[in-house]
Ligand binder design. Structure first.
Ligand SMILES: [Zn+2]
Length: 399
């Protein structure tokens, strides 16, 4: 396939180049050439991009798509009250409903330009079918809280062959407050033995922080460090209520972080995730929407803008977080969070995970492409989506 005459090609390569009038050649599931005037071979599919922005597909590092039917069911509660109200509704969801929810969530995600997703919920086999049907790149886990759920998770993960196809497995401990140490150690061992990402929710509320301190005599990230949970293969979600010392442990261990500003603000988690401090320490941070029960959509463009606004406002500093840093979180760094080293940028040899945006009224004039992507674009500007070389959406229509 050949993407011809890209009006703007936002590569997100090491130099963060934005090219004009270039073509992109896709062969199989990879990007095989970038240049001007590439000749198409006979029968090769061509996509005219002369009126479009071409950029890497967005990476959503935290979702629970299985909850999709609960959008708008509980909008005015803070986390613990919200959980108490949502949990009885979740318990009623059947495997069939969870599969349908995951399909609906994936369709929304594709529509808004996401090409890779970390998704955790129950009934992983059914969700896997939804991923296969839509062709989205994914990292799937089912939540581990105890010995029973660990066994269920391991049984599912044993059936997935990592490195083959678009979907890989990950092992997800629910949270420090809901898992005992034995369970967390089993998650660590499983992740190490299978070279698989391990994930956990950390520091979402202030109560969570004080409870952990009381129970373990350590702050949450210190505690995770003491049992060996932190690693390059580890993703921490939320990390709002953490200290500078904990940030240092995150960056020294190469642990990744998923930042979910919309969900955190909607559930009134208080505090602001210390993102600028994390970036200053060199931590790799990606963006996530969390579920539509707490967001309430899967629009990563909205997530980017919200992240930029939140941290600038919080720091009284309009330069606290640049547009480029925000775009990095939603692309290259999000991909690193999921262990996808060959995604998140448009470079030869990388996966062909690419979206195009129509340059509609809200994107004119194009004084600064990256600024327009972060501050002016919306999910509905996305026109085409290619994942692993397959067109999953064309002209706004899903296949
Ligand atoms: Zn979550």
């Amino acid at each position: 396939m050949l993407l011809k005459n890209c009006r703007y090609l936002v590569t997100q390569d090491a130099r963060r180049r934005v090219l004009q009038g270039h073509d992109v050649r896709i062969d199989g599931d990879k990007i095989m050439g970038i240049g001007k005037g590439l000749k198409s071979t006979r029968g090769e599919e061509k996509l005219d991009c002369s009126r479009k922005i071409v950029m890497p597909g967005l990476v959503n590092t935290h979702t629970h798509l299985g909850m999709h039917s609960l959008r708008g069911k509980c909008d005015d509660r803070e986390l613990l009250d919200w959980l108490a109200e949502i949990w009885p509704l979740e318990r009623k969801l059947t495997p069939r409903q969870v599969k349908q929810n995951t399909l609906d969530g994936l369709r929304e995600a594709i529509r808004f330009g996401t090409t890779a997703i970390y998704d955790s919920y129950r009934f992983p086999e059914h969700r896997l079918e939804a991923f296969a049907q839509t062709g989205v790149r994914g990292l799937l886990s089912s939540t581990v809280k105890d010995g029973e759920t660990f066994k269920e998770s391991a049984a599912f993960l044993g059936s997935i062959k990592n490195g083959k196809g678009l979907v890989n497995g990950a092992i997800a401990a629910n949270a420090v407050y809901s898992c005992d140490e034995e369970t967390l150690r089993r998650v660590i061992d499983y992740s190490d033995a299978n070279m698989m990402l391990r994930r956990i929710h950390v520091g979402e509320t202030r109560k969570d922080r004080f409870d952990t301190l009381q129970r373990h005599g350590k702050l949450a990230v210190e505690y995770l460090d003491s049992i060996g949970f932190l690693s390059q293969n580890c993703l921490l979600v939320h990390c709002i209520w953490i200290t500078k010392g904990e940030i240092r442990k995150i960056s020294q261990s190469g642990t990744k972080v998923s930042h979910n500003p919309v969900s955190n603000m909607k559930l009134a988690s208080g505090g602001v995730m210390p993102l600028t401090e994390m970036l200053a320490e060199g931590a790799i941070v990606g963006l996530g929407t969390d579920s539509v029960a707490s967001n309430n959509n899967l629009d990563m463009f909205e997530e980017m803008k919200t992240a930029a606004l939140l941290h600038r406002h919080h720091k009284w500093d309009a330069g606290a977080l640049s547009c480029q840093q925000v775009l990095d979180m939603a692309t290259v760094n999000g991909a690193k969070c999921l262990g996808l080293e060959k995604a998140g940028s448009i470079e030869e040899g990388n996966y062909a995970d690419i979206i195009t945006l129509s340059i509609g009224e809200n994107l004119r004039p194009m004084n600064d492409v990256v600024s327009n992507i972060v501050f002016a674009a919306q999910g509905m500007n996305v026109e085409d989506s290619i994942i692993g070389g397959n067109i999953v959406m064309r002209n706004g229509k899903l296949r």
